[in-house]
Design a binder for this molecule. Sequence first.
Ligand SMILES: [Zn+2]
Length: 479
Amino acid sequence: MKKLALFFVLVFCLPLFLFGCEKTPEKSFYEIEVTVNEEAMTLSCSEKVCYVNTSNNALNEVDFYLYANSFNEGQKAVSQANFLKAYPNGESFGRIEIHSVFVGQTEVEFLFEEPNKNILIVPLNKQLYPDEKVNISIEFEIFLANINHRLGYGENTINCGNFFPIACVYENGFVKNGFASNGDPFYSDVSDFDVIINYPKDYVVASSGIQENISEGKLRCKGENIRDFCFVLSKKFEVISQKVGDVTVNYYYYDQPNPEKFLQISCEAVKTFSDLFGAYPYKQLSVVKTNFCFGGMEYPNLVMIADDITDEQTINYVIVHEIAHQWWYGMVGNNEFEEAWVDEGLTEYSTALFFEKEQKYGFNYDTVIDNAFSTYKNFVQIYSSILGDVEESMNRDLSEFETEPEYVNCTYTKGMLLFDSLREALGKRKFEKCLKNYLKDYKYKNSSYAKMLESFSKSAGRNLQSLFEAYVEGTVVID
Ligand SMILES: [Zn+2]
């Protein structure tokens, strides 16, 4: 996600039930059929997951994250500061209703993690051993809130991000992230997706994966090696496209003169980051203008760009930031709830690297870094004068940041400064080798602070712990 406060801001295949999963055992496979009900603003969904136990433990249950419930009454989907941007028509609620869960062909009694139903617990009828797989089928309904957010409908778009139950990552148990009004509370494994979307015929749909029209108002999207699936639809969408190598970059927009320039910078970002980090391995990327209250949001093969940003430079900055997430979040995953800076810091820094190569947009590396320095210093000064002391640790989960400026400065801004210091210490060539190797080490996998430190230290040929720690623990003095 890009918080603007920082800068300026089921094709249900019966044989699958009978003979097990078709896909390779190392990753899960989601088949989802969703019907968009425009009048009721609901999504009626059938999901079948061929879940693979990639852990070393026998499992008695599989847990799923239910982000849709973060829009329910009693939850705080947005902080007070963003309330009016999020709810222009007044507060509105959304949620997920689970109708049934089957394990194989047996219906099971599912449970929720209380009190906010952030987790769906699916008990298995027998233990699932390592490398074994199980089919779990979930019928559910999404009630969309009238909110300019990842999941909800606004004046121009219906945003369907994080709408379906997604398996929690298993570490020493399932990782059960909470909800958070600051930041992206997401963490998932790379999987394959086959999604059918039934939608009103007068809408245009942007989505993750590769689209195939089945009939008017019916679309199939297939995505391999992606860690989530998102789609956005609008009656107003127009779309322009351009190829970068064999990648088709699409720009979905409405009410916008000169859309070509935003397609151009999107293409340049794909090219620049492919050169710097390693190739963008998917066949399409859609940059999608949406009703959204936080600047921008990343999903595999799809990024949302908020339609309330009117300043061209800011739109450019947000587009580049969100596209960098295709590498840091998309290909290389991490627990965004626990260690938000791991992807946000590196993504924000990648934006500086883009503007170092492409200086025609009014930014360059030094202006971006200098701006980060002064933004961070101002934050410390202002917070110190109000609170007497300011918590500067980056090493906090999303619920531990008390305010949005604290989250933004300690995660994005200071994360960017950390990587700037690293490049300063290692030199450009060695630093770029670190980035390329980091992508190779964790492509389609999940990283963490510890894994990132190990990868970078190995590539640099020296232990980088003290440098990382100074920033992450908050002991470095930035002045
Ligand atoms: Zn971001």
